[in-house]
Design a protein around this ligand. Sequence first.
Ligand SMILES: Nc1nc2c(c(=O)[nH]1)N[C@H]1C(S)=C(S)[C@@H](COP(=O)(O)O)O[C@H]1N2
Ligand SMILES: [Mo]
Length: 431
Amino acid sequence: MDSFKEESSRRNFLKKSFLYSAAALATVGSATQLHAEYPINPNNLPPNNPDWGLKWGRDNNSDPYGMPSRFEKHVVRREVPWLTADRKASVSFTPWQDLKGIIVPNGLHFTRCHGGVIDINPKEYRLLIHGLVDREVVLTLEDIKRYPSISVIHSFECAANNGMEFRGPGMDSLQVTHGMLACSEWTGVPLKTILEDIGLKPEAKWMFPEGSDPAGVGRSIPIEKVLDDAMLVYAQNGEALRPEQGYPIRLFLPGWEGVMQVKWLKRLEFDTKSWMVREESTKYTMLLKDGHALMYNWVFEANSVITSPCPERNWVGQKKGPIMVEGIAWSGKGTIKYVDISTDGGKTWKEAKFTSIQLPKAVTRFALKIEWDGKPMMLQSRATDDTGFTQPVATQINAARGKEAVYHRNAIQTWEVKSNGEVHNVHIYEA
Ligand SMILES: Nc1nc2c(c(=O)[nH]1)N[C@H]1C(S)=C(S)[C@@H](COP(=O)(O)O)O[C@H]1N2
Ligand SMILES: [Mo]
């Protein structure tokens, strides 16, 4: 990554008031490419009758599993090839710049896999529950589905979302800065229901879920969360989990780090103490500026970002005058209470309106109409949740965590809107 390589030269820039982002994401199927592929046919414009109304459409059910319009093929997950050593232990990002509402379509939910995507025959699927339980069991998928299920709407985030920004502005791309976030309706069985059935021993204080993929991802989960709202989920937005999301069963922990929500779940073990595995010791701990690291950072605090405009959805060609600034806010701790928007880099703020339902631990939509005078702006959003927590500025989070940190970065994001309408990822550092 350019900003990583340029680390030493960047340090000198820190004295300046703000840092510029390094590179733009090479976009697949950009607006220009799409235009070249599907040029406008003037015969389809008024006063002519467009050709799509003059002949039969295709068969009503020619596509038994419906797909988006071919004119929307640029709306895809994207990867950053140099970010990981290979394409199996890697990440793809959700295209928030192209999404509406709070639910992310299943095919666009970001993917983070440590050992590739695996393919499990549901008939061969088994879940072992063992350790400090009254009755150790091996459940089939049908056994799990026989328990009463519930459906909930919650966001889902990787702890490394926005993590590249600790070292300064990363890529000019909302998809990369905040794309390890999604939000879905999840259906499955509360773990509490299953544990009431098989019996949990009172000494059980921790649960260890392990995945059946070659990476065998696992994390120690405190029993309070297990009995509060942990679920075994098998459906997402109405259909079976996709293979990338852990088909047929994944652990789901509303508001908590993605890595704990083990996919392709193989076993659940209960014990008196935590396991201190890799993903909670050398990885996924929170580095502090003094070099120490905090363990057990489970929950995401309030966060937000402006989705329009953003680097991929800029205001080039936009006339001066009234225009909507739109964005998303979310918190793993509760409900978003209010979101403020600044056009001057945080000097003054105006409260945005909500444009979606506000659910706890879920993505919430906001918007504010502003008057754009065509002058450059430093656009920011700042979310506050119902715990009273407000997002920190970049200077605060850097002071606490330093530049080598990776996880749980929820600083206020700045988009610089240039007078030509281009939008860039910049950081503002206060002296
Ligand atoms: N078995 C297994 N579970 C896993 C992972 C994995 O690689 N294997 N990745 C974890 C990480 S780091 C994250 S952020 C989320 C990603 O879930 P998603 O791919 O559905 O977005 O799954 C977690 N659970
Ligand atoms: Mo993750």
